[in-house]
Design a protein around this ligand. Structure first.
Ligand code: PMP
Length: 393
């Protein structure tokens, strides 16, 4: 007989484990800077009301590939409605269980049709990347990304590592607001990355989890994807609406595969549907309806973009506040990286021991890689966090 007694304990998730410890802490000064607190956007509430009033078939299954209106809207949101690949109907798009599900469906597809593909992932990256690609059967490797000394991009090292990858290898690229570092390539550097990808015949797999969250401008934040699209490069793009619409628990995102022709797109679509069918049959309806409504209703879209901008502005404000609060403690070193880094995270460079001390002595919770979610900060916490950082240095 099978005995489940033989099952060993799995390691706790690095970030969700932090939250569990935080919830057990009864101290008044407890502060969780591991994640942001999602607010339900007004545009989302209004979209939900519209959906409730209008959609009579609300509990029916969606097609395998997802909500058709959502699929069209999400691809236009990603590439731009005027993008050649969109106009020529060359993008195979399936709704996905948010960014994570999109990455996984893409990885399954690659492993089935291009077995043995090597996947190059930035170091550091969002921790789940290695597991998602690895569990799908693909071989993962790191490429250098962050220069620990400057807390900036180690651009030459990145390109050198990509040049060493075998043709046909996949390179995972964060579209913007790189997690966890908050360090993005400049537009000039993106052009050089595109050159390298094209010269070395690599296959870019973009992870777009923060469109709008970097600058507050959803068009600007799509720059990298659109540059590659304009160059006619094949690619995959995983999209997530967890952050930019605050739809975390709705699990809404999409996988886009840019194909060379409409004919190839049709064949790729059929294969993506086979992957989805065997994994979860078809995706959930509600998040897709919300996102599609917001993306396609001009009034709601405008309202959403204003709300999104306000969230990003608050994060920028918190970055400034945190930097000033740390500098005011007289902490040694250059803290400009806090305001230079992009997106909702700041990569402090604190060691795992320093992070442990922040938790033990100051009730401040963050993952051991020293990443602070600026979105989780509030004005009243800045001095406490700054003083704690000063003292663990
Ligand atoms: N990619 C990156 C870089 C992320 O930071 C995240 C969320 N933390 C995701 C993908 C996936 O999130 P979700 O599955 O909620 O879309």
């Amino acid at each position: 007989f099978v005995s489940f007694e033989s099952v060993v304990m799995g390691p706790p998730d690095a970030i969700l484990g932090v939250k569990t410890r935080f919830l057990k802490d009864t101290s008044e000064q407890r502060t969780n800077v591991s994640v942001g607190k999602p607010v339900v956007l007004e545009a989302v509430k209004k979209a939900e009301r519209l959906i409730l009033e209008n959609d009579a078939r609300i509990k029916e299954y969606l097609p395998i590939a997802g909500d058709p209106e959502f699929r069209q809207a999400t691809k236009e949101f990603c590439f731009g409605a005027d993008a050649k690949a969109v106009k020529e109907d060359r993008v195979a798009t399936v709704q996905a269980l948010s960014g994570t599900g999109a990455l996984r469906v893409g990885a399954e597809f690659l492993n089935t049709h291009f077995p043995g593909t090597q996947v190059y992932i930035p170091d550091p990256t969002w921790g789940n990347h290695f597991k998602i690609f690895g569990n799908a059967g693909l071989q993962t490797h790191k490429y250098r990304y962050l220069d620990v000394k400057t807390r900036g991009l180690d651009f030459e090292a990145m390109l050198a590592d990509l040049r060493k990858a075998a043709p046909g290898s996949v390179v995972v690229l964060h579209v913007c607001a790189h997690n966890p570092t908050g360090v993005d390539p400049t537009t000039e550097q993106w052009a050089k990355i595109a050159d390298t990808v094209a010269d070395c015949k690599l296959l870019p797999f973009f992870d777009s989890a923060y469109q709008g969250f970097a600058t507050g401008d959803v068009e600007k934040d799509a720059f990298a994807v659109r540059l590659f699209e304009e160059r006619g490069l094949p690619m995959l793009v995983a999209q997530s609406y967890s952050k930019n619409m605050g739809l975390y628990g709705e699990r809404i995102g999409a996988l886009n595969v840019v194909c060379p022709s409409k004919d190839a797109m049709t064949r790729v679509m059929s294969q993506l549907e086979l992957v989805v069918r065997a994994m979860y049959s078809n995706p959930p309806r509600h998040g897709a309806a919300i996102a599609a409504t917001i993306l396609t209703n001009p009034e709601l879209r405008a309202e959403w973009l204003v709300e999104l901008k306000a969230i990003v502005d608050r994060i920028l404000q918190m970055r400034k506040g945190l930097r000033e609060a740390i500098e005011a403690t007289g902490a040694p070193g250059d803290w400009s990286f806090i305001t230079n880094q992009i997106g909702m995270f700041t990569f402090t460079g604190l060691s795992a021991e320093q992070v442990a001390s922040m938790e033990k002595n100051y009730n401040i919770y963050m993952p051991s890689n020293g990443r602070i979610s600026v979105a989780g900060l509030t004005d009243d916490k800045l001095d406490h966090v700054a003083a704690a950082i000063r003292s663990v240095l």
